[in-house]
Design a protein around this ligand. Structure first.
Ligand SMILES: Cc1cc2nc3c(=O)[nH]c(=O)nc-3n(C[C@H](O)[C@H](O)[C@H](O)COP(=O)(O)OP(=O)(O)OC[C@H]3O[C@@H](n4cnc5c(N)ncnc54)[C@H](O)[C@@H]3O)c2cc1C
Length: 392
């Protein structure tokens, strides 16, 4: 996880005006940028990382995508690999970096936005703060990703301090672990990947309910026929427009997805002890399963997902479930504010590399139409007043 924050010392710098500011330069932000550029709309992308693609570089070293290269391209540039192969996380990172370069997208790196505020006097304008830096914009697109704050249960603090605890977001490879047993908590995609990897050197348990397993080998020949059907469903059937999609959305947002590449038979063959029980608490400093067993491990890897955090957005656009109130990325109660890349934003595919482009195009077109409709705020360097001014 990125630790860098803007330089918060010293007086605020004069605000820089941009027609549209995109917060986040991952696949979602880059895709919006691509479509805005095609529509001739000026914009800037602000990202906290040093290099485009870093959020993929920071994931575990052995990560290979579960989507084949055919579905790993952004608008206007296919992923440069045979369509039925599966890129590594680092290849995806490099692809995003070369995409930003090829498409000449203006990305300002090492800028962490820490506040988004409405401005008074020009109803459709926003102020963004990033340490001492300030940006004003007529439109803001929030593309900060689906993985924001790592979720860890509260009893994690009751485990023995001698147990090494890592969230899957911080796990890179087995060299981070202490000798001894490993409990991986959370049997979703990354939990299964990590358990398989660490089981080579450690006695390993994987705990938690499995939310289904794809009943075929995603790298096998039959997958070449089946995956296009699933891709169609992910784009056109599992959407907020269908009862099935609406039923699925909270599950996808609240729990992990099904096992895709690494499934229970692979884990069993590798010696992973899968326990269909949750890790429910701590006893004498050791993790306890809800079947009553306490596990004698020296490492716990929390593969327990993430929770959304939009607390830096000082606008009434976040629902009771913590997710933004939006329709196809458009926040109706805050004209000019948009979201892209939310988990199941419009469809299952919204959160996938190959699916985000459709949502990005919708948002970019809405921005262009919004501007044509005459929402033209004054191009002043500093807003006259803010409804909730942040402390200088
Ligand atoms: C382990 C794992 C494996 C995955 N495998 C696949 C796969 O195989 N296929 C697939 O299609 N999808 C996969 N995904 C899902 C999805 O494609 C990725 O999560 C992807 O990174 C989401 O892209 P994004 O642009 O929405 O968000 P991100 O990639 O998270 O990019 C958001 C960017 O915004 C930056 N940012 C956040 N907050 C701020 C701020 N306040 N100010 C400035 N910058 C900010 C972040 O640092 C980041 O650079 C996987 C996800 C995970 C976690």
């Amino acid at each position: 996880m990125v630790k860098h924050r803007g330089d918060g010392t010293g007086p605020d710098l004069p605000a820089e005006y941009f027609d549209t500011v995109i917060v986040g330069g991952g696949q979602a932000g880059l895709s919006v940028g691509y479509h805005l550029a095609r529509l001739g709309r000026p914009f800037i992308i602000l990202d906290e990382h040093q290099r485009t693609g870093d959020c993929w570089r920071e994931r575990y070293d052995s990560l290979r995508l579960y989507s084949p290269a055919r579905y790993d391209g952004l608008p206007g540039m296919p992923f440069p690999a045979p369509p039925s192969t599966f890129p590594s996380g680092h290849q995806m990172a490099d692809y995003l970096e070369s995409y930003a370069t090829r498409m000449e997208l203006p990305v300002a790196s090492r800028v962490r936005v820490d506040g988004l505020w409405p401005t008074e006097g020009s109803r459709h304008s926003y102020l963004l703060t990033a340490g001492r830096r300030r940006f004003t914009a007529a439109q803001v697109v929030v593309a900060t990703g689906g993985e924001q704050v790592p979720s860890v249960p509260s009893f994690a603090g009751q485990l023995d301090p001698g147990i090494r605890q890592l969230h899957s977001a911080d796990y890179r490879n087995p060299s981070q672990l202490l000798p001894g047993g490993v409990l991986v908590v959370g049997a979703s995609h990354s939990g299964a990947d990590i358990a398989l990897e660490v089981a080579r050197e450690h006695r390993t348990w994987l705990s938690g309910p499995v939310r289904g397993q794809i009943p075929f080998d995603i790298e096998g020949r039959p997958a070449r026929c089946i995956v296009p059907l699933l891709w169609f469903a992910a784009n056109h059937i599992l959407t907020v427009k269908t009862p099935l999609g609406r039923k699925m959305r909270p599950h996808i947002r609240g729990h992990g997805g099904p096992l895709l590449r690494v499934k229970l038979p692979h884990l069993a063959a590798a010696g992973v002890e899968y326990v269909n029980a949750r890790t429910a608490g701590a006893r004498d400093g050791r993790p306890v399963l809800d079947d009553g067993r306490a596990l004698d491990v020296t490492n716990v890897i929390w593969s327990t997902g993430f929770r959304p955090d939009f607390s830096w957005i000082h606008l009434p656009v976040i629902g009771d479930d913590g997710w933004p109130l939006q329709d196809r990325g458009v926040a109706a109660s805050a004209p000019g504010l948009y979201f892209t890349g939310l988990l199941f934003q419009h469809a299952f595919s919204s959160m996938l590399v190959g699916g985000v482009g459709r949502d990005a195009r919708y948002v970019a077109r809405h921005i262009a139409a919004h501007r044509q409709a005459g929402h033209t705020p004054p191009r002043q360097a500093e807003p006259a007043a803010m409804t909730n001014p942040p402390a200088a």
